[in-house]
Design a protein around this ligand. Structure first.
Ligand code: 5CA
Length: 430
């Protein structure tokens, strides 16, 4: 993509309304714009990040055996009256009346809707288990939307739902999802720690929240240093994995157990703050019973399925990644979710040799690179590339270009190399 023809409206000044780094940087790097309190438009570069995250989430959900579908954002109030949550949900629910005076709402989550859908077509024990998910916008009329996309009112969520014949099956689904989550966060390039959690509005008695560590996180967190070696946990033996996850200490301040904490060697105790990027719940028959969803069992008796739900805050993740990965100059994107894998900085637009090399690089790198072909000062190009956080910068100046050399910069480490064009390409693509 050519920067001269792109809508990436970067800002030099720090926007006054933004209190934390990710919000400031998302506005300054031209990723989002606020359209109303807690409601954001995703501009082209921001949308590329959101789509890359959603794709990783999707691939790992598919790998865990969940089926993708798409439910509507607007739901009927009657559906929520069945579970009793229409009144219980309170002011966080955005309630809408249509022209026929029918009561609707903008969905804050989808337990009721998915239960109604599965109830409508699944009649026999033979049709279970089922695991379904969608990636869809939600609305929660938060009292205090803040920190940009971290606590929005409209936000993108991946929500999955499992239906099993018995508790043992539901727990297997829960473990599979926990593994899928750890793989998802690892692929995205961040460390997220699963912590025992309260179940709140969703209900049930088993739940974990996944926290990305950042000083600006809304929750206080306590965890064993073993979690810092993130990779060690992506074991494919699900039982061993779950055992390790749930016996290694990690808890938010709400669930913190000082007695268990003191048993951990002092040098392994870590305290910090976390941003909740996902939460999983096992809540048994809460919705199947209240919504009268039963299947016929092998002996003809009615069985109410055991359920769980599993959320990832896809749009919140964009802010959480930036909170965890930035410096004074700007964002430091992990390779897997950067809006562009590389930027090409042409330091002398209009010079035959630099233009030629840049065009060649642009053609070879394809759509996942941003070519800064504007007639701007080198200093401005450097500053904006650092701000936008591209993992690689390929810097093409007239001196090197004359002998076919470019400079390559790695954003995360600040390392620089002087290389022939082909070698720089190989490194970026490698
Ligand atoms: N139905 C369940 C699981 S599918 C559910 O709704 N869980 S949740 O309430 O924990 O939300 C799932 C994830 O959505 C959270 O972990 C968080 O990452 C994200 N989320 C929740 N509220 C907001 C918000 N106001 N702004 C941005 N992301 C949010």
């Amino acid at each position: 993509m050519r920067l001269s023809q792109s809508l990436i409206p970067t800002l030099k000044e720090t926007p006054a309304e933004a209190q934390i780094a990710s919000h400031r940087l998302m506005l300054r790097a031209g990723l989002v714009r606020q359209m109303a309190s807690g409601i954001y438009a995703w501009l082209p570069a921001g949308y590329r990040v959101l789509a890359k995250i959603a794709n990783i989430v999707r691939e790992e959900q598919d790998a865990a055996g969940a089926q993708e579908m798409l439910m509507p954002t607007i739901q009927s109030a009657d559906l929520w009256r069945e579970s009793g949550r229409y009144d219980a949900y309170g002011k966080e629910m955005l309630r809408i009346t249509d022209r026929h005076e029918r009561e609707l709402l903008f969905g804050p989550t989808n337990e009721e809707m998915i239960t109604a859908i599965v109830r409508d077509s699944v009649k026999s024990y033979r049709e279970l288990p089922q695991m379904l998910y969608h990636i869809q916008w939600k609305f929660r009329d938060e009292v205090r939307p803040r920190f940009g996309v971290l606590r929005g009112r409209e936000f993108l969520m991946k929500d999955a739902y499992s239906f099993d014949l018995d508790k043992a099956g539901a727990v297997v689904a829960y473990k599979k999802m926990m593994l899928a989550y750890m793989r998802t966060f690892q692929r995205i390039g961040i460390t997220a720690i699963p912590m025992r959690a309260d179940t709140g509005q969703i209900g049930g008695d088993l739940s974990h929240e996944f926290h990305v560590l950042a000083p600006t996180g809304e929750s206080g967190v306590f965890y064993d240093a073993a979690f810092e070696a993130g990779d060690a946990f992506a074991s494919s033996d699900i039982e061993a994995f779950y055992e390790q996850m749930t016996t290694t200490y990690a808890a938010t301040d709400e669930k913190h157990d000082t007695e268990a904490w003191e048993k951990i060697p002092a040098e392994r105790r870590r305290e910090g703050r976390g941003i909740e990027v996902g939460q999983i719940f096992y809540f048994g028959r809460k919705y199947s019973e209240t919504m009268n969803f039963a299947v016929v069992g092998p002996d003809g008796t009615r069985i109410f399925p055991e359920m769980g739900s599993y959320g990832i805050g896809v749009s919140r993740l964009v802010g959480a990644i930036i909170e965890a990965r930035h410096d004074e100059a700007g964002i430091i994107w992990p390779d897997a979710v950067a809006p562009f894998r590389a930027a090409i900085l042409n330091l002398r637009q209009g010079d035959a040799a630099t233009d030629k090399i840049c065009e060649e690089l642009h053609a070879k790198l394809g759509a996942d690179c941003l070519y800064d072909d504007r007639e701007e000062r080198a200093g401005q190009k450097f500053a904006e590339a650092d701000l936008m956080g591209h993992p690689w910068q390929i810097i093409v100046g007239p001196r090197g270009a004359a002998s076919g050399q470019v400079e390559l910069k790695r954003r995360a480490t600040g390392e620089r190399w002087e290389l022939p064009v082909a070698d720089a390409l190989a490194k970026v693509l490698g």
